[in-house]
Design a protein around this ligand. Structure first.
Ligand code: ADP
Ligand code: MG
Length: 512
């Protein structure tokens, strides 16, 4: 065993047209450590990892693995150098089993069947060594995201990867799945593997990494030992200014009831009850947070209230008048005309039309507003474009190009476009789903401030988030959902993560 670092990058540069994604980057990662990389959206993290993994070629620079210079021309060369990438958007074949997926691309010339027996044994060994529990015969399409990620990791280990790259692996995981992943990463480190972990969550960096590097606008601006830094320190290095990691707010001054939900239920197309007798009340000037592990009915509740989905039973009152929960008038456009705005959970399928330009996306749902009209049939495009340019400046949307299609913005900037649009017309009721999923901390701070400001202007806000930190930071009251029901409601100032965690696990139903 040599004492050379597992990975050494020297002077890596990479441009995409006019954008210099990586500028003269040098990085050293010691063997058997977990090295975190943080940075705002667009800082160049994924580009750098794609170069290490052979997905892109650097314009300049050198790569050394275990002290030896290597040319990583493609992903085969990366695999040969012992580098494995755990992709964020899993690259598994849906109707194959776990075993088949793990050996896919690694079969040694023989028939798939011949290598299956060998792979089964190898899989059992790997599961044993690293505590990675996966059923080899399960079919991929039946697995949860947490399991899929384990399959991805096993696949890399089966190819004898010594270096594992994980690019935002916890974005799609529940808190319990993320804990499980970290236990696995800890085991991999004990066994001498070297891990690069990209994440926006500073808590994860503090918890699991040995060293951490900060990227900012294409440059590597700092590398520190994790023990020598703090979340606040990292945040400042990332954003280039002090960032408030805690949301600052005054106690809510709740006013009249804006929304009342009565015995709302929802049975899905395959007959499964997703929501059972939901009752809640929301007042002007307060934020009701809905906590829960993803998949416990929060999404359906939000979609029904937003007019994107129809309820099976129950009623709702909005400003004391019936709010249709099914039928032709229950739709997002009608809701917006009533002053109900909605930041949907999935910005790419529900929040934006990806091929359309930023300025068009800024107007969607609101294009019938008087200020956007020019005569009886025409829209005042100039007015919308001017509005869009202003919002892009106000929300620091990068790049500030109103003509750029939505799909060409990074995830965080796409989210800011949706948030800017839905907050712009001072709604009376704002429905928010996962406002900061995949968004970097500078933008999170900004979005959180906007939410509080809207509350203080008297907007009633229903916030669904799987990030308990986010719920605790923003909400005035917290309702916890489990298995389609509300398990309990708490005053945010008088509860803690432990109590909410129990409710999220469905444990203390009805306890006051
Ligand atoms: P991060 O992972 O830190 O969010 P990326 O490495 O994805 O950042 O992106 C860095 C910069 O390079 C961004 O400005 C991004 O828009 C740009 N970029 C990344 N990939 C491409 C590409 N294939 N074509 C053009 N620009 C790209
Ligand atoms: Mg990235």
């Amino acid at each position: 065993m040599t004492s050379a670092p597992a990975i050494e990058l020297r002077g890596i540069s990479k441009s995409f047209g006019p954008v210099q994604a990586n500028k003269d980057i040098s990085l050293t990662v010691a063997r058997g450590t977990i090295h975190g990389i943080v940075g705002e959206n667009g800082a160049g993290k994924s580009t750098l990892m794609s170069i290490l993994y052979g997905f892109y070629r650097a314009d300049r620079g050198e790569i050394f693995i275990n002290g030896r210079a290597v040319e990583i021309t493609d992903s085969q060369a990366a695999i040969a150098a012992g580098i494995g990438m755990v992709h964020q958007h899993f690259k598994l074949v849906e109707n194959f089993t776990v075993l088949e997926n793990i050996i896919l691309g690694a079969e040694d010339g023989g028939l798939l069947h011949g290598s299956i027996t060998k792979a089964r044994k190898a899989l059992a060994d790997l599961s044993e060594t690293y505590g990675l529990k996966v059923d080899g015969d399960a079919v991929i399409e039946d697995l949860s995201v947490g399991h899929l990620q384990r399959v991805e990791i096993l696949k890399q280990l089966y190819r004898e990867a010594d270096i594992l790259i994980l690019d935002e692996p916890t974005g799609v995981l529940t808190p319990a799945e993320a804990d499980q992943l970290f236990r696995i990463l800890g085991r991999l480190r004990e066994e001498g593997k070297t891990i690069i972990l990209i994440t926006h969550k500073l808590r994860e960096i503090m918890e699991i990494t040995d060293t951490v590097s900060v990227m900012r606008r294409g440059e590597m601006t700092a590398t520190v030992r994790t023990a020598d830094t703090t979340p606040e320190g990292l945040a400042e290095l990332m954003v280039g200014r002090k960032v408030l990691l805690r949301v600052e707010k005054e106690p809510a001054r709740a006013k009249d009831i804006v929304l009342e939900v009565q015995n709302l239920s929802f049975v899905d197309g395959s007959g499964v009850t997703r929501l059972k007798d939901i009752n809640l009340e929301l007042r002007a000037g307060e934020i009701l947070g809905i906590a829960g592990v993803a998949g416990n009915g929060q999404s359906e509740l939000l979609e029904i209230l937003g007019g994107m989905r129809h309820a099976s039973a129950g009623a709702a009152l909005y400003k004391s008048a019936p709010l249709p929960l099914s039928g032709a008038t229950a739709n997002g456009r009608a809701r917006r005309q009533m002053g109900i705005a909605h930041i949907p959970e999935d910005r790419q399928t529900a929040g934006l039309i990806m091929p359309f330009m930023a300025w068009e996306n800024i107007a969607f749902g609101y294009h019938e507003r008087a200020a956007y009209q020019a005569g009886a049939t025409l829209m005042d495009n100039a007015a919308i474009q001017k509005d869009c340019a202003e919002k892009m400046a106000q929300f620091d949307i990068r790049p500030p190009d109103i003509m750029l299609p939505a799909r060409n913005f990074s995830g965080g900037n796409q989210q800011k476009i949706v948030v800017a649009r839905e907050m712009a017309h001072t709604p009376d009721l704002l429905l928010i789903g996962q406002p900061t999923r995949g968004v970097d901390i500078g933008a999170i701070e900004f979005i959180h401030r906007q939410i509080i400001a809207l509350r203080d202007q008297g907007c009633a806000i229903l916030l669904v988030s799987v990030e308990l930190d986010e719920i605790m930071g923003l909400a005035d009251r917290v309702a916890v959902m489990f298995d389609g029901q509300i398990m309990g409601e708490r005053d945010a100032a008088k509860t803690d993560e432990a109590e909410l965690g129990l409710l999220m696990a469905g444990l203390t139903k009805g306890a006051a």
